[in-house]
Write a protein that binds this ligand. Structure first.
Ligand code: SF4
Length: 272
């Protein structure tokens, strides 16, 4: 049963990262479907941070869909109005380029099944593509961390491998792709990560290797599913009550965790 279910999964950056962090956590979320994305953040301030982040993502999506700010500033909190103004300054819309906000990409090729949802794909007239990812938490991630993150690995690789339909030539060279992380709280501190074919080859190996490990894990046998030995991983884990009989600490969740469960059925597959 479990094996069949694993074969059905499309892997996202979050699911691959979860497996590497703790196989038991992966099993609970993706195999057993034990999932409650909001409830483990109970602290009011953190919930508010999360809500403002989601609102910003929605407003940014509307801005790039319509090509102008359409939401009345009177009904939006001042803080988010300011974030939106900073966004318009940072990455203004124009008619000549192509802007694809909240864009989902799904790939299935010989058992390699991947998916990602991009905050924004910006395709320029000179046929380059920039992936934008909005971060809205109170601290800005370090570039060294972002470079190694599973999100960076999956986002750039998947676009290079399966996003050729958006290119004038039908394919992207790795060097055509750049990923930019940007947080409206720190408008002058964007993190730009260009891509190379060497990184592409390395990312492919890494992704295939993790997926192979996942497929070799027998999730039906408890002994085969390793729980993390790093206790810090458990502190803010939503399954802490089950594993350790203690509530999860009120630690701010990573933004990637907000998209833990993609609705696989809603994504239009790309055929190969
Ligand atoms: S509490 Fe710890 S061991 Fe249990 S699922 Fe979470 S990370 Fe894994």
């Amino acid at each position: 049963m479990s094996e069949r279910k694993v074969d059905e999964l499309y892997f996202s950056a979050s699911s691959l990262r979860t497996y590497r962090t703790c196989q038991l956590k992966f099993k609970r979320r993706y195999i057993d479907g034990l999932f409650w994305p909001d409830d483990w953040v109970k602290d009011k301030e953190k919930k508010e941070t999360q809500r403002l982040g989601q609102l910003f993502h929605t407003l940014a999506e509307r801005y790039y869909l319509r090509g102008k700010v359409v939401d009345s500033k009177e009904v939006i909190e001042d803080k988010v109005v300011k974030w939106l103004e900073r966004l318009v300054d940072f990455r203004p819309y124009n008619e000549e380029d192509q802007f694809l906000p909240e864009h989902r990409l799904q790939f299935n090729n010989q058992g390699l099944k991947l998916l990602a949802k991009y905050d924004l794909l910006h395709i320029t007239q000179d046929n380059r593509v920039v992936i934008y990812d909005w971060k809205t938490y109170r601290s800005n991630s370090k570039k060294s961390f972002l470079k190694r993150s599973m999100q960076t690995i999956v986002y750039r690789y998947l676009l290079a491998r399966a996003g050729g339909d958006y290119s004038q030539t039908g394919e992207w060279a790795a060097e055509d792709i750049t990923l930019i992380y940007w947080n409206p709280r720190f408008p002058d501190d964007s993190k730009e990560l260009p891509y190379t074919k060497e990184q592409y080859a390395r990312d492919e190996d890494k992704i295939k290797n993790i997926i192979e490990q996942i497929k070799e894990t027998n999730f039906a046998v408890d002994e085969d599913v390793l729980a993390t030995s790093e206790k810090n991983n458990c502190l803010s884990c939503e399954y802490r009550p089950i594993c350790h009989g203690e509530p999860a600490l009120e630690i701010e969740p990573k933004e990637e965790d907000l998209e833990l469960m993609e609705d696989w059925d809603e994504i239009d597959p790309i055929s190969f």
